[in-house]
Design a protein. Structure first.
Length: 51
């Protein structure tokens, strides 16, 4: 019983902090262009590189 008095607030705090981090990243624009990073690897940017 004493363990639950400690674990329930810890679990709620971790859940709320995860939700706050997700909402912060959503507002900061982290999920604006999910395909851009995946396609950026395919762009050949060897401009100015001598072989």
């Amino acid at each position: 019983m004493n363990g639950l008095l400690f674990l329930i607030p810890v679990a709620l705090g971790l859940g709320l902090s995860g939700l706050a981090a997700f909402l912060w990243s959503l507002r900061a624009g982290q999920f604006e262009d999910p395909d851009g990073a995946a396609l950026r690897i395919l762009i050949d940017d060897d401009i100015g590189e001598q072989r």
